[in-house]
Write a protein of this length. Structure first.
Length: 317
């Protein structure tokens, strides 16, 4: 029987995985992440998931995308706010349970690998994958190589400061791209706008409960023709476009792919972001770059984890 390669995308709410056995991709499966039960419980669940996906085939390797700051040399999750982990030896713990090699990387960089192997970035050597959701992160490929940095923390584009007098960011700074354009920022500004403009559809659609106003509701109110919601969403997308224009100037990519929950806005995102790239990027760079939405939905991390394990296994042969 052929060995199995398993890829798992670990999130704060769910873990999703799939397997390659004899070159055939299995159906993906998702399980809840038992973050409150602690890291050992999650390791047990991931090991069970990997064995189930392998369907009886011997495990050759497991690739894992992890939300947080990692030390790839030690195989340690230095910090993950989503999982409430600090200095957790994830590779050691999972390898003990599986008896197979485990390879980890940051979840967004792993999703970028997914775009490269199965998505819009196939065949690209220079591209940026951005996830825009609860936060904003990136995976950056330059000359065909994934940019990681000496401490494996490259790509924190969500913490580019665009407006030093802007709103507070979770990182402790102010006016970061994430604080201006991520889903929580859209929700925050939507709640402020609803309070200021009682006639806005935001109030009707939230049944007068500001806690129900999230980025998705702002997007729906925009689609329904609400001018206030449209202004909130447009301002966030303008900031996102300015941030991406800066990245285009710095890295000169041939492609920028946007994934994450906010990307579901479709043309409401592409049009203003493309306009800001046209406005603020240098002539040569903006002529060279394409802007696309990810077509992989929530599968980018799974495909990327499979690619991570496959590459590492091939390199060792």
């Amino acid at each position: 029987m052929s060995n199995a390669i398993v890829g798992i995308d670990l999130g704060g709410t769910n873990a999703q995985g799939a397997a390659l056995v004899n070159g055939k991709l299995s159906e993906s499966k998702a399980i809840p992440t038992r973050a409150r039960q602690g890291p050992e419980a999650i390791m047990d669940d991931l090991a069970d998931l990997a064995h189930e996906l392998a369907a009886g085939a011997p495990l050759a390797a497991v690739g894992l995308g992890v939300p947080g700051l990692l030390d790839l040399e030690r195989g340690v999750c230095v910090f993950s706010g989503n999982l409430n982990w600090r200095e957790f030896p994830i590779v050691e713990k999972l390898e003990q349970r599986l008896g197979a090699s485990v390879f980890i990387d940051n979840d967004v960089r792993v999703a970028a690998l997914g775009e490269l192997s199965q998505g819009k970035a196939q065949g690209c050597r220079d591209f940026i994958y951005l996830t825009v959701g609860t936060g904003i992160g990136s995976g950056i490929f330059i000359d065909g190589r994934l940019l990681r940095g000496p401490r494996w923390s490259a790509g924190e584009v969500g913490h580019m400061v665009l407006n030093p007098h802007g709103p507070d960011c979770t990182c402790g700074s102010r006016g970061c791209l994430e604080a201006l354009a991520a889903a929580p920022a859209i929700a925050r500004d939507g709640r402020k706008a609803a309070a200021r403009y009682p006639e806005s559809l935001l109030n009707e659609m939230s049944a007068g409960d500001p806690n129900r106003i999230d980025a998705a509701l702002v997007s729906r109110a925009t689609d329904a023709g609400d001018a206030i919601a449209r202004q909130v969403f447009a301002e966030a997308m303008d900031w996102l476009g300015i941030g991406i224009a800066n990245l285009v100037n710095i890295f000169n990519p041939e492609l920028v792919v946007i994934g994450g929950g906010v990307s579901l806005a479709g043309e409401k995102l592409l049009t203003p972001v493309g306009a800001k790239i046209e406005q603020y990027s240098m002539p040569v760079q903006k002529q060279n770059v394409r802007l696309e939405l990810s077509a992989l939905a929530d599968k980018a991390g799974v495909y990327g984890a499979l690619e991570l394990a496959t590459r590492q296994t091939t390199d060792k042969e």
